[in-house]
Design a protein around this ligand. Structure first.
Ligand SMILES: [Cu+2]
Length: 384
């Protein structure tokens, strides 16, 4: 308590001293001849040229960034609508670049031209209606055009014809992984609710729903080339965002509601790997990895695996500590390969049944009834 009082007294003393110096300063007004804080013509000149220096820095850094990091951006879109998104993005970039280059030049040039000069008085200029109309109308028209084009593109991209033959897949987001559920033969997802989550039924699918009988749950996403895939997203815990950068698709996953996005893949994974830009990119990454591996081996570590391209589904909402690693591999197959892969996956209803079967029968018998390659899981379950 005493120390607190001492601190308060010291603070009050400091404030009193500060106030005293201010009063002293006020008594000196008029008698002081110190003009060091008033800019001279030389100061103004220096400031003017520094403005030009800053302008040069802006331009040079923009060009440098464009050349150095420009090639790192996403290249060829892998979905049908991707070109439209890229177009919109490119137009916006070009507009920003032109406007930025011109306005920055004018801003810095006029700052230099009308810099302060001794004896010079600023002109009082109230307004000019024509000038204001020009600089209001031009941006308004350009922005309105851009927004209208954006809205048109967005409605085009988001439109899903109810009668169109699509592949329906649920994406289930949770901290920190993705799970996919295929609607199966009937192409309708069974009902689901978090309250029904139990054992292997990690998505809370209502197993009494007739539509749920052919649902398939997997942790690696396979989609067919040339057919529209209709994703329905759910989240178990917090906001996530399903982001497919190569397909130019992104949609938030919101707890308590189902959000949707549909797109049509145009390159299989194998085809995309063969694109010249991708071959070059992968070669660059592997050259960097080889260099790093050599360093690691020299230090007694193990070499890095070589990189091969794969499409990814990422989470694009910072959703917690391991958000950075919330991803799922996406494989675009030919329609035949896709069909084959899907037919090899076990139905959820079977998995649930197996997991509830009495543990008396060990391993072998249980495996038969499973279609897929998930036999180890079933053996483990039977052993429990
Ligand atoms: Cu997330």
């Amino acid at each position: 308590m005493t120390s607190l009082l001492v601190i308060i007294v010291l603070v009050l003393l400091a404030v009193a001293l500060w106030q005293l110096t201010k009063i002293f300063d006020l008594t000196q007004v008029g008698s002081s001849t110190d003009t060091s804080e008033i800019a001279t013509d030389k100061d103004n000149n220096v400031q003017g040229y520094l403005m030009f220096g800053f302008l040069a820095f802006l331009y040079i850094f923009s060009i440098y960034g464009l050349l150095k990091w420009g090639p790192l951006v996403l290249h060829t879109p892998a979905s049908e609508h991707g070109g439209e998104v890229d177009n919109l993005m490119n137009i916006t970039w070009v507009l920003i670049f032109i406007v930025q280059a011109i306005t920055q030049l004018l801003l810095h040039y006029f700052s230099f031209k009308y810099k302060g000069k001794e004896g010079q008085k600023a002109l009082f200029f109230a307004d000019n209606n024509r000038l204001e109309a020009i600089w209001s109308v031009i941006p308004a028209v350009v922005l309105a055009g851009l927004i209208l084009y954006g809205l048109y593109a967005w409605t085009n991209i988001m439109f899903v014809d109810e009668d169109e033959d699509t592949v329906v897949i649920e994406l289930y987001a949770q901290q920190f992984k993705w799970t996919a559920r295929y609607a199966g033969e009937d192409n309708v997802l069974g009902k689901a609710n978090v309250r029904l989550i139990e054992g292997v039924n990690t998505l809370g699918v209502d197993m009494s729903d007739p539509y749920a009988q052919d649902d398939i749950v997997v942790s690696e996403l396979h989609i067919p080339k040339g057919k529209k895939v209709h994703f329905k997203m759910r989240s178990q815990d917090v906001l996530h965002s399903a982001y497919f950068p190569h397909f130019r698709a992104q949609m938030n996953c919101v707890p308590g509601m189902v959000t949707e996005f549909a797109f049509l893949p145009v390159y299989t994974t194998a085809e995309y790997r063969e694109l010249p830009y991708m071959i070059e990119k992968v070669a660059n990454i592997n050259a960097l990895r080889a260099k790093k591996s050599a360093e690691l081996i020299a230090k007694g570590g193990t070499a890095l695996d070589p990189y091969a391209f794969d499409y990814l589904l990422l989470c694009n909402k910072i959703c917690g500590a391991s958000h950075y690693n919330m991803q799922m591999k996406v494989i675009v197959d030919t329609p035949e390969d896709y069909k084959k892969w899907l037919s090899e996956q076990a139905l959820l209803v079977q998995q649930v049944k197996e997991s509830k079967a009495p543990a008396a029968v060990e391993g072998a018998v249980q495996v038969d009834s499973l279609k897929g390659n998930d036999t180890t899981a079933v053996v483990k379950m039977a052993m429990k």
